[in-house]
Design a protein around this ligand. Structure first.
Ligand SMILES: *[C@@H]1O[C@H](CO)[C@@H](O)[C@H](O)[C@H]1NC(C)=O
Ligand SMILES: *[C@@H]1O[C@H](CO)[C@@H](O)[C@H](O)[C@H]1NC(C)=O
Length: 486
């Protein structure tokens, strides 16, 4: 008698189920995916994060091994011409409407909003919650989520989902947002509130903690942000089993991609980020996920991300030859023999690439919607105040504002010292304490910084703290900014 199809499926199910149980010595896998911005003009970061989640889901990751942080104000945004739909690539923008419903006809697989998690959304997307997630600090996170969940005045919420990994596990972290010298941005706590951020020190300390309490065997980070190399350059040791790939070197912008495209009569914000879209495109090419190593992925993504210098830090020697599937595919499927040499095709793009810093303003300026014109003006007003005060502050303290930019097409830039005036030890604790207190104090008395402004000015704050003490800078701020603060 033939075995019934149902019974056969049952057996296959059991076998597949069994293979999920990690083999001896082989750990589990976790992923943390973060979009650190809010606002429709920053559409691309949330599109990136949902695309990344889609890739992990397709590669078998169960939801309880992925932690997603995203503001979630894009899909249902009143400005979204495709309500409920978010796309990450130019090729995914529809060209036709459904004849009966009149809705845009979005190709299958293109809407990255489908199934996209949001373990942390709205106000719950914060530096504090991100660090709690990494540290696996469920008790701190419980308190944090109680606070957010019980605040009816703010959009947002969370369940205290944090890393609960072990010393045998592989952890993948992908971050998408604005950044600056030694910092990654997070949404302001309220509209036009002070910009929030995680510093390179915060991240380093969190990673040290993770290692000391055995939260990972190996850790891979892919970071999309301007000047993202400055999060790790001279900061991330080589012997902590961490491999960090950054969209840009420590000194330059990363790039938004697929910008300025129109849908019907509406200009869309940039749909993706060049580095992120490139790594996601690479790992989703047939066969690549399984056969490609971290190093091969890096080489391809570096070549394709031709407007910024992609950098890698950390345990390069021992981790570069690992298969990317060992981080992005769940459970482990052993890599078989290599099928064919990896093909490197160039990526057809129809949208423009724009420096990350300029993407939001370019979108706002191209719009005829009054609300967006007002947003642009409000941002300009904030910027004028902050820039003027910062220039005066730097002049008063005799710290040059401009810096000599290094050549961008030079891999060694990834490891260049920030600046001659940046003395040895500048990246020590005093420096980072100064950076945080200065930026926070500046936003209190001298002017609020938008994400882009923080990016633009972060190198100046770094230079101030490299050259002067926090007390000296605070005193100068009193002179420069106090009269305007009343
Ligand atoms: C973490 O994992 C352990 C062992 O698998 C489990 O007993 C514990 O309940 C988990 N903790 C949380 C907060 O999920
Ligand atoms: C970068 O690559 C894209 C796509 O391959 C190409 O169209 C563009 O001209 C390149 N830009 C530069 C500055 O090399």
């Amino acid at each position: 008698m033939a075995v019934s199809a149902a019974a056969l499926l049952g057996i296959i199910g059991l076998l597949c189920g069994a293979s999920v149980v990690a083999g001896e010595g082989e750990g589990d896998k976790w992923a943390v995916l973060v979009a650190g911005s809010s606002g429709f003009w920053n559409y691309r970061h949330q599109a990136d994060v949902c695309h990344a989640h889609q890739i992990l889901k397709a590669a078998g990751f169960p939801d309880d091994r992925v932690i997603v942080m995203r503001y979630d104000d894009v899909a249902q945004n009143a400005l979204n011409p495709m309500p409920g739909v978010v796309v990450n690539r130019a090729g995914c923008l529809p060209t036709e409407r459904d004849a009966s419903t009149g809705e845009w006809d979005v190709r299958e697989g293109c809407n990255v909003e489908v199934g996209c998690g949001r373990d942390y959304y709205g106000a719950a997307v914060s530096p504090e919650s991100f660090i709690n997630v990494l540290r696996g600090d469920v008790s701190a996170q419980r308190l944090f989520c109680e606070k957010i969940n019980s605040d009816p005045t703010r959009f947002g919420g969370c369940e205290p989902k944090v890393l609960n990994s072990t010393a045998r596990d592989k952890v993948f972290v992908a971050f998408f947002d604005h950044g600056g010298t030694h910092m990654l941005g997070f949404p302001a706590a309220w509209k036009y509130g002070a910009m929030r951020y995680v510093t390179a020190k915060d991240l380093r300390v969190a990673m040290e903690h993770m290692r000391s309490v055995d939260l990972y065997g190996e850790l891979v980070l892919y970071i999309e942000a301007c000047e993202s190399g400055s999060m790790f350059n001279d900061i991330l040791p080589q012997d902590v089993s961490a491999f960090a790939v950054t969209a840009a070197d420590p000194f330059h912008s990363s790039y938004a991609s697929d910008c300025g495209l129109r849908l019907g009569g509406v200009t869309m914000p940039c749909l993706g980020d060049l580095f992120s879209v490139n790594w996601m495109r690479d790992v989703t090419r047939p066969g690549h996920m399984k056969y490609e190593t971290l190093e091969e992925d890096f080489d391809i993504v570096e070549e394709q991300t031709n407007l910024s210098q992609v950098c890698v830090y950390g345990d390069i020697e021992s981790m570069a030859s690992e298969h990317i599937s060992s981080y992005l595919e769940y459970p482990t499927k052993p890599a078989g023999p290599r099928r064919a040499a990896l093909r490197r095709h160039s990526s057809p793009r129809s949208g423009a690439a724009v420096p990350s810093l300029e993407a939001a303003d370019a979108f706002l300026a191209a719009s005829a919607i009054p609300e967006l014109r007002e947003e642009l003006l409000a941002r300009k007003r904030l910027r004028e105040v902050a820039e003027a005060n910062l220039a005066e502050l730097a002049a008063l303290l005799d710290v040059p504002q401009a810096r000599g930019l290094h050549d961008i097409h030079d891999k060694s830039i990834c490891h260049k010292k920030p600046d001659p005036s940046f003395a040895d030890g500048a990246a020590g604790d005093d420096f980072f304490d100064c950076l945080r207190s200065t930026i926070d104090r500046f936003q209190d008395v001298c002017g609020i910084l938008t994400a882009e402004d923080l990016t633009r000015s972060s190198s100046v704050f770094s230079r101030l703290c490299a050259a002067r003490t926090a007390a000296q800078i605070e005193r100068a701020m009193g002179t420069v900014c106090a009269p305007a603060s009343v």
